[in-house]
Design a binder for this molecule. Structure first.
Ligand code: PDD
Length: 277
């Protein structure tokens, strides 16, 4: 993969970073993942804006627009048509103290582009499976930080159970989002998803799907789904940069609807494909 490291283009394998980097020591870093279709970054402006907002939330002194410019250059030079752009910006390298370094140090800015191939063929036609797990994450899941340990543990647990994703369940029993995906349900023709707030990442694909739903005349209700209502939903699906729109037919031991991929997710999947083209 081709990288841009602090403004310099180089093979990803040649990027070197200090062990005193605050991303490495503290997870003091923000990231983004952008899909590339046919050589073009998808929903790029949304991703760049979220990156900028996250820099503000962490008081990270990095310029999202400059990163965006580098990302476009690296993508063009990579020649990759179907891929992802990964961006990670850490607060930089400094002697280990919890508070921010003073004077501020230069952030470490990494971008790399790699090819990506969808491996959800079967799940797209037959529907995928999720497990339900307690949400043990911190209370600022709106921040796209690289502190992903709870997400990694959940994803691994799902994998070990032969499932595609783990969905976090809040203390109050509501299903909130996946380890790397947003969650939607369909009930009586309307789609349901958790409202934005500190508990979930404001997903770029979530936002697109809400727009596509509105354009297709599908009503949207932004409220979280209580676990005990899972049995009453007609459809369930995940969205995200890497999963796109992914139907789910089994959640824990509960079969969703009639256990097949439903009409609403199919329609939204088509609308997503059309948006890509
Ligand atoms: N994950 N929720 C969480 C916790 C996520 O990490 C992600 C994305 C999403 C979906 O957001 P978006 O539609 O903007 O991709 C929701 C990325 C892809 C990752 O960690 O690889």
């Amino acid at each position: 993969p081709l990288a841009n490291w602090n403004g310099q283009e180089m093979p990803l394998s040649e990027v070197r970073v200090s062990v005193l980097d605050r991303g490495f020591l503290f997870g003091d870093a923000i990231y983004e993942v952008v899909r590339v279709y046919n050589g073009k970054p998808f929903l790029f402006t949304d991703h760049v804006e979220r990156l900028g907002r996250n820099f503000q939330k962490l008081q990270l002194n990095s310029d999202a627009r400059l990163i965006a410019q580098r990302a476009l250059e690296t993508l063009a030079h990579s020649g990759i048509k179907e891929g992802t752009i990964y961006v990670q910006v850490t607060r930089g390298e400094a002697p280990r103290t919890h508070r921010f370094p003073e004077p501020a140090v230069r952030p470490n800015e990494l971008i790399y582009v790699q090819s990506f191939h969808d491996h959800y063929g079967r799940q797209r036609s037959e529907g995928g499976k999720v497990i339900l797990i307690d949400d043990i994450r911190w209370k600022r899941c709106d921040i796209k930080s690289v502190n992903l340990l709870a997400n990694c543990l959940g994803a691994e647990q799902a994998h070990a159970a032969g499932c595609d994703e783990a969905v976090f369940v809040e203390a109050d029993g509501t299903l909130i989002e996946g380890t790397h995906t947003s969650l939607f349900a369909v009930r009586d023709g309307a789609i349901l998803t958790a409202p934005l707030g500190n508990h979930i990442l404001p997903g770029i694909t979530r936002k697109l799907v809400l727009r596509l739903a509105a354009e297709t005349g599908i009503p949207v209700i932004e409220e979280p789904l209580p676990k005990e209502k899972l049995e009453t939903v007609d459809e369930l699906f995940l969205t995200g940069t890497t999963v796109e729109v992914l139907p789910i037919v089994l959640a824990g031991d509960i079969r969703i609807g009639d256990g097949t991929v439903g009409p609403v997710v199919k329609r939204l999947r088509q609308a997503y494909q059309a948006a890509v083209e």
